[in-house]
Ligand binder design. Structure first.
Ligand code: YIE
Ligand code: ZN
Length: 263
């Protein structure tokens, strides 16, 4: 679907941290969430996700992460509620992780790093008709962020992990059907922090309403090790580079408020 093919990430250095200056650039992501500075907002509603596992289409290595893409031509897999007024359509989910369990997440909570972070990317289908349009608008995208911790094996994730060896190299793709991304959400999705930010890779557009879950999910060390067996490089390149540390450095808050849905 358009939500990621159009935005195949640029050829920048895999450890993309970019000196790239973004026009405006006063609402960039990721950030450190300073818990004691977040503001409880009782008007924040619970998230409502309605994901149809049959809209799952493929999983592919885009040279920066691996993306599980959904058919976003209809309102079959949607997100609403939270701080949002509109309905958003799921287009893909992907992860960011480190070379060790000591780091890997993009966001942090009081500077605490997690070994990985899941991002479920949605676009505003009430206001726009294509992902490409929504990605340019300040209320265009909604991304759910979920922290991963190393612990017990995540049974739902295993189906995804088993598909990864087939997409080891950049630009490899394999059919992937009937996967319910809801199984990757924590049991409690009522407690989250929300702020206005951006995509964390090119095009870096400041179009994202972020919802970062307070509760993490657990995956096993072995499952994370399979993430790290992916490669940034394509089969043709002679220098194979492990796909690790695919996170962006934290960005200045620039006076933005981070609200919490919980006290
Ligand atoms: Cl379409 C697209 C482009 C970049 C990213 C990377 C990212 N941005 N924010 N979190 N991850 C995800 C989807
Ligand atoms: Zn991401």
């Amino acid at each position: 679907t358009a939500c990621s093919s159009k935005y195949v990430l640029s050829q920048m250095h895999p450890m993309w941290q970019g000196p790239l200056v973004v026009p405006g650039g006063d609402r960039q992501s990721p950030i450190d969430i300073v818990v004691r500075k977040s503001i409880f907002d009782s008007k924040l509603k619970p998230l409502v996700t309605k994901y149809d596992p049959h809209t799952c289409q493929q999983i592919w290595n885009n040279g920066y992460s691996f993306l599980v893409e959904y058919d976003d031509t209809t309102d079959k897999s949607t997100l609403q509620g939270g701080p949002m007024e509109d309905k958003f359509r799921l287009c893909q989910f992907h992860f960011h992780w480190g070379e060790t369990n000591a780091w890997g997440s993009e966001h942090t909570v009081d500077k605490k790093l997690f070994p990985a972070e899941l991002h479920l990317v949605h676009w505003n289908s009430d206001k726009y008709s294509l992902f490409e349009e929504a990605v340019m608008e300040d209320n265009g995208l909604a991304v759910i962020g979920v922290f991963l911790k190393v612990g017990k094996r995540h049974e739902g994730l295993q189906k995804l992990v088993d598909a990864l060896p087939a997409i080891r190299h950049k630009n490899s793709v394999v059919a992937f059907n009937r996967f319910d991304p809801g199984c990757l959400l924590p049991t409690n999705t009522d407690d989250y922090w929300t702020y206005h930010g951006s995509l964390t890779t090119p095009p870096l557009t400041e179009s994202v309403t972020w919802m970062i879950m307070k509760q993490h999910i657990e995956v096993s060390h072995e499952q994370l090790a399979v993430f790290r067996s992916l490669l940034f490089t394509s089969a043709e390149e002679d220098m194979q580079k492990s796909m690790v540390n695919n996170f962006r450095v934290q960005q200045p808050l620039r006076g933005r408020a981070v609200r919490s849905s919980f006290n």
